[in-house]
Each structure stands twice: as C-alpha cells, then as structure tokens.
Design a protein around this ligand. Structure first.
Ligand SMILES: [Zn+2]
Length: 278
C-alpha cells in the first residue's frame, strides 16, 4: 500500500518500483484497492531483496509492505507497521550496548536488530537498530534514558524516512493535509532533522586493525564491567584477544537479520502460487 493522501499514478508506481527494485525476474502488480497492490515475485531472491531493503517510498510517500495471507480480504490487511533503520543519538558511551539498545528499540516497536560488534558494544556516532515501527501513530522523537542514575534525552533519526507531518508526526499525511491547528514553523515538534542520512553498510562494518594473535596479560585486558567503561576500553577494538572474541554476548545482528528474512519469506512465499480471482 502506498501511504499517500491521494491516489497515486498507478502506471508510474509500477514502472518506478520495478526499476528501483532491480528484480532479476518478473514481478506482477494486481490492483486490489486505492493505492493498494498485490505484488507477485517470480523469484524468491527478488522478494528477499525487497524485504531486506525496506522501507521503500514512491513519490516520497511510504510504500508499506505486508505479507500475503490468502485467508484475508484486502480490508482485513492492516498496513500499520513498516520496518525502519533507526539511529539513536546522544547515548552515554557505557550505555551503547546490546542490552540497553534493545530496551530503547522496544520502545519503538518490534525489534529486529540492534547493531553491535560481537562483544555487544555499539560505539559510534549513534546506535543503529532495525525496528518494526507502528506507523498509525506519531513517530517517536526520542526518550529519556536513565543510566547509572543519570537522565539523558536520547533522540531518534530514521533512515529513508518518507513524507510525514511536521505538525503531528504521522506518516499518513504531510502538514498540508493535517487537521491540527496551524503552528508557526519554529514551534513544530517534528521536522526534517528526524531524517537520518542512509548508511552504507560497508561503513558500519567493524573491521579490526592490527595483529589478531596479540597476547596481553590477563589483568591488562580491557573489558566492560557493570556498565562502566575503563579508559583502555577504546583500545580493545583495536587489540582483540581470544577471550573477547568469544564474548558471551550473542551476535544478534546477523541472527536477527536472518530471522527477519526467514519470517517474511515464509509469510510471503504463498504469493508465488497465488492466483488472482477472475
Ligand atoms: Zn498532521
């Protein structure tokens, strides 16, 4: 479904999406309602690529994808969620962990991935997480994070964020179509600052430099302890040891990404054999 205020140009939508998705085989669109299409993919690989590349947009409006379920009518399919990469800024360094990241992501919606290294640490300009966001509600701008007794406002930026309303924060319309009382521009609660620049996956891979076989005495090894980071904690990214390579923290990133695709594929797979009623 294209989440737009008005009907979009159908032919332009089909042509544009088939180009944007760069499918190896054919895809077929069947119109099932206003701005609603049932899309069949001939190749599972094409479908997988489209699922993992969400969110998509057409003419700057969100293209909300939901799995095909043959026992439902189009009116029973809810287009209330879409998957986004969300960047979380202003987190205290010691809180940039898998555990705290997951707690924040749970505020945003169903958590698919919290991006960290294999030790469960997500240091960087921001923490990045993939979340299924409820698009029927206003986008969340941030939350107060209480960490080690200190309260910090952490704010969210969304990658590939389509049109949304700067007045009330919903994706369904832009501010021109908003029913809320007019607000002066400088008092708007939402804005383009919530758009995060898309991240090149290669830039966020946590490559390590230096000698992998470097040995350090046990007591000098950098580590995280009870949420506190020692000064030498930064060094451990550059001088990995066997011990911290085998951290007990799970590599959720890869595992969850696989789960997302597997989940969605299992739900979408019936599309392949689906025939539209005549
Ligand atoms: Zn609005």
């Amino acid at each position: 479904m294209i989440v737009a205020e008005r009907p979009v140009n159908r032919e332009a939508f089909k042509t544009t999406m088939s180009k944007v998705w760069k499918c190896k085989s054919w895809i077929q669109f069947s119109e099932v309602g206003t701005n609603k299409f049932l899309i069949e993919f001939n190749h599972k690989q094409d479908l997988q690529q489209v699922i993992s590349g969400r969110p998509w947009s057409f003419d700057r409006w969100l293209v909300c994808l939901q799995p095909f379920e043959g026992h439902r009518s189009i009116n029973e399919v809810l287009f209330h969620t879409e998957v986004f990469w969300v960047q979380v800024f202003n987190m205290p360094f010691a809180s940039m962990t898998q555990e705290v990241g997951t707690q924040i992501a749970e505020h945003l919606g169903r958590v698919l991935t919290v991006q960290t290294d294999e030790r469960g640490i997500g240091w960087g300009k921001c923490m990045r997480m993939r979340v299924e966001v409820d698009i029927s509600k206003a986008l969340q701008r941030g939350i107060f994070l209480t960490f080690e007794g200190k309260k910090t406002w952490v704010f969210f930026k969304y990658e590939r964020l389509p049109n949304f309303c700067f007045k009330c924060g919903v994706i369904k319309h832009d501010q021109k179509g908003c029913n809320e009382a007019s607000t002066s521009k400088d008092k708007l609660q939402y804005g383009s600052w919530m758009r995060a620049p898309a991240v090149n996956e290669h830039e966020v891979t946590r490559k390590r430099y230096g000698n992998e076989t470097c040995h350090q005495p046990e007591e000098e090894q950098p580590r995280m302890e009870e949420g506190k980071v020692r000064d030498e904690g930064q060094n451990c990214q550059e001088k990995p040891t066997k011990e911290n390579q085998h951290s007990k923290l799970p590599d959720v990133d890869k595992a969850e990404t696989k789960t997302e695709n597997a989940d969605m594929l299992s739900k979408f797979q019936t599309v392949e054999s689906f025939q539209f009623p005549i």
